[in-house]
Structure formats: structure tokens, C-alpha cells
Ligand binder design. Structure first.
Ligand code: GAR
Length: 227
């Protein structure tokens, strides 16, 4: 009997290029999985249009009396899709503790900085202001504290003289998609787990985040092994 495909729920607030990268990889056969729902706090989010109407869920977060009330509806909708993995791909609203705890260990987020640097917003402008020579993106497990969960993998880009936040954002986005896909491949093949504050790959703890190499593979800077 063929194994059922891993079920992926995607949370997105905006354009959805990371979601599209996941959809394209699934269609191309390079990621084993199925997107079972796209969930947004912004009913007008372009990301929603990237999947068929039955897979879309959205509600205007600002119409709710509290964060908890919105999160409760979101959590029910996500749970109804029976996901194995929940992927925050440009989801720009803080997830409350109840949501995070309910889906703990299977919720991951992509963030446009080399965490722990620049949690929160305006990461590209902040890297430029700090005069950083390199910048990048991180994929991490989601915990109740914003952008603070254990980092699974990172991709690095150079900062060039004359860069603007927009130019830098574009360069980072170029590595976000392969980074996210590489981590999703680990996740959907059952090789990735969160144990407390530790990431495990193939049952071994990861002491340093994996790094995306120029061939789109993840390497372990501590051990040199390719994931
Ligand atoms: C991406 O750059 C992602 O890293 C960032 O939003 C963008 C979404 O792009 N996420 C965050 O800032 C989360 N803190 P997309 O909608 O085209 O995938």
C-alpha cells in the first residue's frame, strides 16, 4: 500500500511566493507532500489565490475581539485539515501560546534574517543599518516567543555596497525558497523532530543550524555531513 502523502497546512499573510515554491516542488515531484489548506489573517492575501477555493481559509483578524478569539478559530480550521506539518510562510501575525502549544513540534516558520539576529520586522533595513557584511534567512520551529524557536537551517547572502532594503530582500528571497524546500524535504520524510529546545535530524541532535550550500543542499557545519 502506498504511504499517504504528508499533509502540509500553510499560514500566509501576503504574496505567497514561499507557498508557490512548495506547490511547484510538489507538482514537480521534488517534494513529497500535499498542501491541505492555506490559512490567512488577511482575506485579500494574494497567497490564497494560489490554491483552489476549497483549500482557502481566511478571516480578518482585526474583526475579532481578541488575539485568542482569532487564534481559536484559526486553530480549529487548521486542525480540521489534519496537517502533519504547519508551515508559516510569510505569516505576519504573532501566534498565541494556545495555538503554538496545540501544534508544537510540527510548526515551522521561515524568517528573513540570520536568527538570533533581527527577530520581528524590518530585518533587511536593520541588517543594513548595522553594517552587516552578510544577511540571510532562517527556518525554525515555532515556540510561543516570537522568532525564537530553535533554528533548523539557514541560508546566507552577501550584503553589497549600495544595497537598499528592497535589493537585499530580493536577494534573501532567492535563497528562502530553496532553503524552505530543503527543510520541508527533511520534515516530510520523517527525518526532522523537535525535542525540547533541540532539533534532531535522523535522531541525532543538531548543535548548529544546517547551512544551505550553493547546490541547494543542507550541510552540517559541525559535522560536515550533507542532509
Ligand atoms: C518572506 O521574506 C518571509 O521570510 C517573511 O515574509 C516574506 C513572505 O514572502 N516572513 C517574515 O517576515 C516572518 N517574520 P512570500 O509571501 O512571498 O512568501
Amino acid at each position: 500500500m502506498p504511504q499517504p502523502l504528508p499533509r502540509i497546512a500553510v499560514l500566509a499573510s501576503g504574496r505567497g511566493s514561499n507557498l508557490q515554491a512548495v506547490l511547484d516542488a510538489i507538482a514537480a515531484g521534488s517534494l513529497a507532500g500535499e498542501v491541505v489548506g492555506v490559512f490567512s489573517d488577511k482575506p485579500g492575501a494574494a497567497a490564497l489565490q494560489r490554491v483552489a477555493p476549497p483549500l482557502r481559509w481566511s478571516a480578518a483578524a482585526k474583526a475579532y475581539p481578541s488575539r485568542e478569539a482569532f487564534d481559536a478559530d484559526l486553530a480549529e480550521a487548521v486542525a480540521a485539515a489534519r496537517p502533519d506539518w504547519i508551515l508559516c510562510a510569510g505569516y505576519l501575525r504573532i501566534l498565541g501560546d494556545a495555538f503554538v502549544e496545540r501544534f508544537r513540534g510540527r510548526t515551522i516558520n521561515i524568517h528573513p534574517s540570520l536568527l538570533p539576529k533581527y527577530r520581528g520586522l524590518h530585518t533587511h533595513a536593520r541588517a543594513l543599518e548595522a553594517g552587516d557584511g552578510e544577511h540571510g534567512a532562517s527556518v525554525h520551529f515555532v515556540i510561543p516567543e516570537l522568532d525564537a524557536g530553535t533554528v533548523i537551517a539557514q541560508a546566507v547572502v552577501p550584503v553589497h555596497t549600495g544595497d537598499t532594503p528592497e535589493l537585499l530582500a530580493e536577494r534573501v528571497l532567492g535563497v528562502e525558497h530553496p532553503l524552505l524546500l530543503a527543510v520541508m524535504r527533511l520534515a516530510t520524510s520523517g527525518r526532522l523532530a523537535e525535542h525540547g529546545a533541540t532539533v534532531q535530524v535522523d535522531g541525532h541532535p543538531l548543535f548548529t543550524p544546517l547551512r544551505l550550500d550553493c547546490a541547494g543542499r543542507l550541510t552540517d557545519p559541525a559535522g560536515g555531513a550533507t542532509a
